[in-house]
Design a protein around this ligand. Structure first.
Ligand code: GLP
Length: 243
């Protein structure tokens, strides 16, 4: 694991955006695995800044997102489709046909999961996967107890995850109970992984990631076995770890 400590959320975001930009510069037809949540917002902002400054084009890039809530339409304000559009896609020249998220309204959810796995394969696999981490160690929406060999599947969200994500909804009861998520194996198969963590709320998860065992009770722990994992964490997120 390559661990980068930063002093702040801003520095974490700049470093992450630089790594992503370099990747795209070196391989314009990359497939980027993208994440949602509060953590990558600054990274997307910085990436847009570099993109504008360098007057570059991302037209050959493909993106594949980790997850989407079941039951939310693409244009629902809290859908991850909307999040990606509002915070990243609308500022870049990636053709819409090259940006992919699971369809939360699919009638045949198992069929949708199979389609998504096939799509990852057709895209040639993920070159660089961006990840946040849940307080309980979830990655994507793979909650504790998810088998390490899972591909894209429907996950029942834990109460703690629904509570953590309730800040984006008017009521906790509005937070969907299920999500389609890339599985742990699908994530692990990415050629490179960039995991970000910021703030005291993530300190225990980061301690467990750095110091704990590899166990399905803590999904992110499998990443320690990945040959090309970079963790960028700020001081607060690292405050409980001995490094
Ligand atoms: C969500 C997302 C994850 C994200 C995590 C942490 O449930 N599905 O991809 O990493 O929660 O979110 P945040 O960055 O807001 O702390």
């Amino acid at each position: 694991m390559n661990l980068i400590e930063t002093v702040s959320y801003e520095e974490m975001s700049i470093k992450a955006a630089e790594i992503i930009f370099e990747k795209v510069k070196n391989k314009p037809a990359s497939t980027l695995g993208l994440a949602t949540g509060g953590t990558p917002l600054g990274t997307y902002r910085e990436l847009i800044n570099i993109y504008n400054k360098e007057r570059t084009s991302f037209q050959h890039l493909s993106t594949i997102n980790l997850d989407e809530y079941v039951g939310l339409a693409d244009d629902h304000p809290q859908s991850y489709h909307m999040y990606m559009h509002e915070h990243l896609f609308k500022y870049l020249d990636i053709p819409a046909s090259q940006t992919h998220l699971p369809d939360g309204l699919a009638k045949d959810l198992d069929g949708e999961c199979a389609r998504y796995d096939k799509l990852i394969e057709q895209l040639g696999g993920v070159d660089l996967q961006l990840l946040g981490i849940g307080q309980n160690g979830h990655i994507g929406f793979n909650e504790p107890g998810t088998l390490f060999n899972t591909r894209t599947h429907v996950e029942t969200l834990t109460e703690s995850t629904r509570k953590a994500n309730a800040r984006y909804f008017s009521n906790q009861s509005d937070v969907p109970t299920h999500a389609i998520t890339m599985g742990i194996q699908s994530i692990f198969q990415s050629r490179e992984i960039l995991l970000l963590a910021s703030g005291i709320k993530k300190a225990e998860a980061i301690r467990r990631l750095i110091e704990g065992d590899v166990t399905e009770d803590f999904p992110a722990s499998i990443l320690k076995n990945h040959a090309n994992l970079t963790v960028i964490a700020d001081r607060e997120a690292l405050s409980k770890s001995t490094i």
